[in-house]
Write a protein that binds this ligand. Structure first.
Ligand code: G3P
Length: 217
């Protein structure tokens, strides 16, 4: 399963990329606002940090506006994926852009039927938001399972990019269900490596090693 960081914080992205943990990045207008930087500049910087897909979202709601903004965004770098909303206009733009060889990430997906439409429109990625599903009392991972089944039934090539990830269990369940990608805040990615027994084991090994009085090298 590919790991994307869901952030526009280039320091976090650089740190995780240097650790070899990143296959891509997703941004959205809220993350750009949080970063407090120029949209095009920060996306260009991110595209230079990671080789994998970097999602950059258009904000127009009409087809012509989306295509106009997509033209600006996709010129930033070859690894830009244009992020489009799950609307009729977004699906129309998705078809046009993917037919032209541009990566598209269809975002704000909350149903398997929406994911089916995105796959039929040729989306590179579909972003079902599991955390926001959980927030209103539904199990977001059920959505991932439904999409996986449907995509496998018809051998759709659209990649399931699990988004709105809130904690490590979302990542675990996404991997068990066979999602292609997960995107998570850097803090959640860092949580994955943590286990108290690992910490305790390291402490115990180092304590016993110290008693040997030896050094390595
Ligand atoms: O970037 C898309 C998605 O991951 C946003 O998630 O945390 O705003 O629900 P969130």
């Amino acid at each position: 399963m590919k790991f994307f960081a869901d952030t526009a914080d280039t320091n976090d992205i650089r740190e995780l990329a240097d650790a070899g943990l990143l296959d891509g990045v997703t941004t959205n207008p809220s993350l750009i606002h949080k970063a407090g930087r120029n949209f095009l500049e920060v996306v260009e910087e991110i595209c230079g940090i990671v080789d994998g897909p970097v999602s950059a979202e258009v904000v127009a709601l009409d087809y012509d506006g989306m295509m106009r903004e997509a033209e600006v965004v996709r010129k930033i770098a070859d690894n830009v994926a244009v992020k489009l909303p799950m609307t009729i206009e977004g699906l129309k733009a998705c078809k046009a852009l993917t037919d032209d060889g541009t990566m598209v990430n269809v975002t704000l997906c909350f149903s398997a039927n929406q994911a089916l439409l995105a796959a039929k429109a040729g989306a590179t990625f579909i972003s079902p938001f599991v955390g926001r599903h959980d927030d209103i009392g539904f199990d977001g991972m059920d959505l991932i399972g439904d999409i996986r089944l449907i995509y496998d039934n018809y051998a759709f090539e659209t990649e399931i990019l699990v988004a709105s990830v809130r904690h490590p269990i979302h990542i675990l369940e996404a991997a068990k269900l066979g999602a292609d990608v997960m995107t998570a805040p850097p803090a959640v990615i860092r949580q994955l490596v943590k286990h108290p027994l690992t910490d305790k084991g390291i402490e115990g090994f180092l304590s016993d090693w110290a008693k040997t009085g030896q050094t390595i090298g």
